[in-house]
Design a protein around this ligand. Structure first.
Ligand code: ATP
Length: 511
């Protein structure tokens, strides 16, 4: 745990030191759970967004992208169920005055049971070595069986109580399990209450005529209300998808994990419209496809897992999260939801407009079913950034800090470094930079010894350093150094652009 905390602190400090993430309005001591992206952060964020957009929209013939407004007609949120049901169960600790999500306290308790079971399994694996049969062990070892069944029972009871809106039972469960305030150990809890997460605002000049609006809590509804516009103007045939990236706002009860949970964040969502009855096949398809997208970045297969939901949202008939191994453990990174025809049907009912598709093959009209893939851009940023940050022990005994960002996402693709600040080397370096900058975000650095410049670029996440030395003046070649292997190769200046294209093209990443 302490190790996890240390790693997380390092991630936050590094993100600030290298111009990735700052606290919002820092000169006024910041604003809780709101962050600004700095010069490198804005580039990394843009590159993640592009990587998603290109894969989703450019590479899928039947998916198109839109950009809907943040403000939407207030009835949208009545129809979507957000006004009535976009709540989190909140609980306060009377002693510490700290506020928590009741469901998260219970889920954390259940996860501890899971970890205890895992510890027993790991111990047994060590003891039995090669002959260890995990399947048999988890079904017969009394301790593991008990931990696992307790975990299931706790989660099932919570799901039942939340479904029945029985908040008194949620509190009773917290008390029966002896769950204490994680910060202070106090068990002096208030009742559990529902809290709506939408931010309200007003549109209009005078108080009498102003309309109450909400800042959108998800981008999905902008897609649903435009379903027919896009289908008709794009002559789209089912199955087809509409993608969108953009800001969403939620007045989160607890937002203490840096950019993992913010009050203003960005989503990348895709709604895929299918024939009724075919939704579960498509749901499986998109689960598989989205994991493939994640794995293409090479952050390690072991850092992802699926979590199928027991407790389904009011609109869904199947749902799973792709969880990522963040510095504080496995947590949701992306949600894949089979949203049925709930949203389109609700918008039909509230607007009085038909939102249907005439299927020429079936010769009938229907309200399509929807599979949604929804990922937080900021969470994806945190996943990529935290996983990439490593301290590496070198052969000579020294250590270096490297930000091993996937090159396709790195803010700066290459740094051009003249070995010394004289003898005409800076002029050659500038010329290389002027050639490459049309296609790549490149940087020029001539300050300090070249070794220090390499370290600086390693820590900033730049995948390639191009060094101009005295031989360059004779043979028109330079060295190109790979951030991760530290290997240096001599290559002709004329071939640099092709080398970078080969390493950074989408084709190289998505297979
Ligand atoms: P959580 O259970 O963590 O609150 P959620 O299930 O409410 O998330 P969704 O409504 O499914 O999340 O939103 C889709 C995605 O948007 C999430 O997988 C996550 O990546 C991102 N997201 C949701 N809330 C936040 C937030 N407050 N800050 C940053 N990203 C968020």
């Amino acid at each position: 745990m302490a190790q996890q905390d240390d790693k997380f602190k390092k991630v936050i400090a590094h993100a600030k030191e290298y111009g990735y993430i700052f606290s919002s309005s820092e000169i006024y001591d910041g604003l809780s759970a709101v962050y600004d992206y700095g010069q490198n952060g804005a580039e990394l964020k843009k590159n993640i967004r592009d990587y998603w957009w290109k894969w989703m929209v450019q590479l899928h013939e039947n998916i198109v992208g839109i950009d809907a407004a943040i403000f939407m007609h207030p009835t949208t949120w009545k129809a979507s169920g957000h006004v009535d049901a976009f709540n989190d169960p909140l609980i306060d600790n009377k002693d510490s005055k700290k506020r928590y999500r009741a469901d998260v306290l219970i889920e954390d308790y259940a996860e501890k049971l899971n970890q205890k079971a895992q510890k027993e399994i790991d111990k047994a694996r060590k003891r039995f070595g090669e002959s260890f049969d995990e399947e048999q062990f988890v079904t017969t070892n009394p301790r593991v069986v008990r931990y696992r069944s307790d975990q299931r029972e706790v989660l099932e009871r919570m799901a039942r109580s939340l479904d029945a809106e029985d908040l008194a039972d949620v509190k009773a469960l917290i008390e029966e399990l002896g769950i204490a305030d994680p910060d202070t150990g106090s068990k002096n809890w208030t009742d559990v209450r529902q809290f709506n997460l939408m931010f309200g605002t007003k549109l209009g000049a005078s108080t009498e005529t102003a309309t109450d609006l909400y800042l959108r809590p998800e981008t999905a509804q902008g897609i649903f209300v435009n379903f027919l516009n896009v289908q008709k103007t794009g002559r789209m045939k089912i199955p087809f998808g509409i993608a969108q990236t953009g800001k969403a706002f939620r007045n989160e009860i607890v937002a203490r994990q840096f950019i993992f949970r913010m009050r203003e964040f960005e989503q990348m969502e895709m709604q895929f419209f299918v024939r009724p009855g075919e939704e579960l096949t498509w749901y499986e398809h998109w689960k598989e496809q989205r994991l493939k997208w994640h794995l293409s970045l090479g952050l390690g297969e072991e850092n992802y897992r699926f979590h199928d939901h027991d407790k389904l949202a009011h609109y869904a008939n199947a749902a799973a999260d792709i969880e990522f191994n963040f510095p504080f453990g496995f947590k949701e990174l992306e949600g894949i939801h089979s949203r049925t025809d709930f949203d389109l049907k609700a918008h039909e009912a509230f607007s009085g407009k038909k939102l249907q598709f005439f299927d020429p093959e079936l010769n009938e009209s229907y309200v399509p079913y929807v599979i949604e893939t929804s990922i937080g851009l900021d969470r994806m940023f945190l996943a990529v950034f935290s996983q990439s940050l490593v301290d590496e022990e070198l052969e000579n005994g020294s250590t270096r800090t490297v930000l091993k960002l996937p090159a396709v996402l790195a803010p700066v693709k290459a740094a051009i470094l003249p070995l010394v600040k004289k003898d005409g080397l800076p002029d050659v370096a500038r010329k290389i930079m002027d050639d490459l900058k049309w296609d790549f975000n490149v940087d020029y650095d001539e300050k300090d010894a070249v070794g220090r410049r390499y370290r600086r670029q390693d820590a900033a996440g730049t995948p390639f350093c191009i060094t101009v030395d005295h031989d360059t003046l004779d043979d028109n070649s330079v060295t190109i150094r790979d951030r991760d292997t530290m290997e240096q190769k001599r290559v002709p200046i004329a071939g640099l652009s092709q080398i970078l294209h080969d390493k950074l093209d989408l084709k190289h990443w998505i297979k």
